[in-house]
Design a binder for this molecule. Structure first.
Ligand SMILES: [Zn+2]
Length: 417
């Protein structure tokens, strides 16, 4: 081992140690296209074009793993499948390496999939007619940031104005980035490392039920309706698309417009979902959710139900919550809508009945009732886990549970089968 590799290994070890106390976050920045010069816009187009050429030419080479990246003249097929020579002018050596690396990784992951035979058919990598992302591996070299406003990309002397720096905290440590093209706009997805922060305990817990009339119902009686309807513009554009001639350039333009409209709606949905999940996590130590099959609702033929879910965000909220350490999943078969928390009877209720009532005299709003049931069941599940395991640092839920224990003693729901 030479001194150089020793130093390098030492550095890798140090970074690994440091990452343990950090969390990884990705921020999306948008390149401001409003005042972009022609030169810059040509450069960006050329960058993605050359990346595509390189990608396809690596794929068509005999030995992909030993492809000569130093050679700047590559052979590309034109639309009549004649070989023509193209020269790489703007794609820097590190970007070329990243394109090559991406292909190698994909081939390796495809081969492991093949060995595991998890999927029935393992495809092969296809030639691309468009490449929409370029990896910028090294912060400070392939890309750098100046004055929290501009970015520089390796191989191009002028800067690009970028929006969205205000999202990134000051103590963030930059790692790699991804240059992305989407609907004619350019974005930079930056990976950052931030110091882990201890969450303040609130001592609260909540159960969530997901419905159709209201999107989310919490066990403390709050109801939220998240609905994102088709915008007027979207309807207008999709009508236009139906009229446009197949294969015409006009149709292509309209399609792009339509995609932009959809993107706007999905942007709003994502924003709303993120804010709601963040609020829940901030306010509660324990969040109980039932693993529901929202896809089945989508299939339901009840009038209007499918559409409401299509433009809702419930499934997104559930899948986000599943990733959080605060969340307790209640199994699908738990009869949250039927169980009476006061006597333990199972009462079947039709979809039309808004109030749940039991022969024992208990009654409650239908949705809040099932949210409360989910909360009780979730807390019970944690207590079962706690009996088998002493509270440990590994699972923060256990700590919260010990605060919650008095609550359980008094309010424990009867067992059911
Ligand atoms: Zn009852």
């Amino acid at each position: 081992m030479t001194d150089k590799t020793k130093k390098w290994l030492e550095k890798v070890k140090q970074t690994k140690e440091k990452r343990k106390s950090q969390v990884c976050k990705v921020y999306e920045l948008k390149i401001d296209k409003s005042h972009i010069s022609k030169e810059k816009s040509i450069y960006l187009k050329q960058l993605f074009l050359e990346a595509k050429w390189l990608y396809n030419s690596i794929l068509s080479s005999e030995d992909i793993f030993k492809f000569d990246l130093k050679n700047k003249k590559i052979m590309v097929l034109d639309k009549d499948k004649n070989q023509i020579e193209k020269e790489i002018k703007v794609l820097s050596s590190q970007m070329r390496q990243a394109v090559h690396q991406k292909i190698c990784y994909s081939i390796k992951s495809l081969s492991t999939k093949k060995k595991k035979r998890k999927t029935k058919e393992v495809g092969r990598l296809k030639f691309k007619s468009q490449l929409n992302s370029i990896v910028l591996n090294q912060f400070g070299i392939t890309y750098r940031i100046e004055n929290e406003k501009y970015i520089f990309i390796q191989g191009f002397k002028k800067h690009f104005k970028v929006k969205g720096f205000n999202q990134i905290p000051e103590n963030a440590e930059f790692a790699n980035a991804n240059l992305i093209r989407r609907c004619g706009n350019y974005f930079l997805k930056v990976t950052c490392f931030l110091p882990k922060e201890e969450k303040a305990r609130t001592g609260k817990s909540v159960g969530l039920d997901f419905g159709i009339k209201d999107s989310v119902i919490t066990s403390d009686g709050n109801k939220y309706l998240f609905q994102f309807s088709e915008t007027k513009q979207l309807k207008k554009v999709s009508r236009k698309l139906h009229k446009a001639k197949l294969g015409s350039s006009n149709r292509y333009k309209i399609k792009n417009k339509l995609q932009k409209e959809y993107e706007k709606i999905s942007g709003r949905k994502k924003d709303c979902k993120n804010k709601f999940v963040a609020k829940l996590v901030k306010e509660n130590d324990i969040i109980c959710v039932q693993d529901e099959m929202i896809h089945n609702w989508r299939k339901s033929k009840l009038k209007g139900f499918g559409r409401r879910i299509q433009f809702g965000i419930s499934s997104g909220i559930i899948s986000d919550l599943k990733k959080k350490s605060e969340t307790v999943l209640v199994p699908k078969n738990f009869p949250s809508t039927q169980l009476c928390p006061s006597c333990g009877l199972l009462n079947k209720k039709g979809l039309g009945e808004r109030i749940y009532f039991c022969s024992c005299g208990y009654f409650e709003d239908r949705d809040i009732h099932s949210a409360k049931n989910i909360l009780n069941q979730g807390l019970k599940q944690i207590s079962m886990e706690c009996r088998n395991q002493m509270p440990s640092e590994k699972n923060p839920l256990f700590d919260s549970f010990w605060i919650k224990q008095d609550f359980l003693m008094t309010k424990e729901a009867p067992t059911f089968r």
